[in-house]
Design a protein around this ligand. Structure first.
Ligand code: AMP
Length: 282
């Protein structure tokens, strides 16, 4: 069932709660692909009822051209969500009525990496997911590891604000050639689509070098050079960070700890002006 207004959604979730059913939420911006559907599948196995939201949230786009060109495929999305209890598709006016004044800001975690290159992005994201948690009254919400920084921010805000739901991380789904599925991939030219999987391949090489004892800085510099030689540009970042705090990890810290277990390699790079992000465990 498609629901476009908060009141109808509220009535449905109230009824489910009265019946003692658990509710899972999968927030998306639409242009759905198998990666999104893997989150939906996980939600269906873990919750009695599933709500998928489709909302291209204007407040998390710092670049108006990016917002305008974000793919919108509502009809196809709805067809892919057959069998989902509720698809919630609110309007921007309903989500942000006149007088809307609140901003959810998770400091620290939001500032580096994506935050440094997309000012305001995570405040918009954190605000909209907080609204969606309230509207859906979800017991669990499902987020992809593809957006690793987003996942850490959402975990933090749920903990900090004592929100009564569990955040369930789901692994990144990839094409056979390693390219992480993304709604933006459909904007890649055929030539760029051929090059795009190199992002993941080069990241894996960097990860392997660090695991095998190469200095982090050297491995990152080599990776950056390879990305640029392959045709990526600009490379916004290629960073080796603590997986939870997202603070860059220096060689000294890494060697002191003697373990690469909680290191994450994160990257953002454009290809023909399509911005791709990815991350892997080291
Ligand atoms: P988006 O529509 O891009 O905002 O993504 C909605 C949700 O799907 C987020 O939690 C993403 O992390 C997740 N997601 C996007 N791409 C993938 C993927 N390739 N594998 C797993 N989850 C993904």
């Amino acid at each position: 069932m498609i629901v476009r207004d908060a009141r109808t959604l509220g009535q449905r979730v109230e009824q489910w709660q009265a019946e003692g059913q658990t509710i899972g939420l999968v927030p998306t911006m639409g242009a759905l692909h198998e990666g999104h559907l893997s989150l939906v599948q996980e939600a269906r196995t873990r919750c009695d009822r599933v709500i998928v939201s489709i909302f291209v949230n204007p407040t998390q786009f710092n670049n108006p051209a990016d917002l305008a060109s974000y793919p919108r495929t509502e009809e196809a999305d709805i067809a892919l969500l057959q069998g989902v209890d509720t698809v919630f598709i609110p309007t921007a006016e309903a989500m942000y009525p006149a007088g809307f004044s609140t901003l959810v800001q998770v400091s620290g975690l939001s500032e580096g990496l994506e935050g440094a290159h997309r000012p305001g992005h995570f405040n918009g994201m954190a605000t909209v997911v907080t609204k969606l948690f309230g509207l859906s009254r979800a017991d669990m919400a499902f987020f992809g590891e593809k957006d690793w920084q987003q996942l850490q921010i959402v975990r933090r805000l749920v903990q900090d604000l004592n929100l009564p739901l569990e955040i369930v991380p789901c692994p990144t789904l990839r094409e056979a050639d390693g390219l992480a599925l993304s709604s933006r991939n459909r904007r890649l030219s055929p030539r760029a689509r051929q090059i795009a999987p190199r992002l993941h391949a080069i990241m894996q090489d960097v990860g392997a070098s660090i695991r095998h004892g190469e200095a982090i800085d050297t491995a990152l510099q080599n990776g950056l050079r390879q990305l640029e030689e392959t045709g990526f540009g600009p490379v916004d970042y290629l960073a080796c960070c603590n997986a939870r705090t997202l603070q860059p990890v220096s060689d000294e810290e890494h060697r002191d700890k003697g373990s690469a277990k909680d290191l994450r390699l994160l990257a953002a790079a454009a290809l023909d002006s399509v911005r791709l992000i990815d991350n892997i465990v080291i």
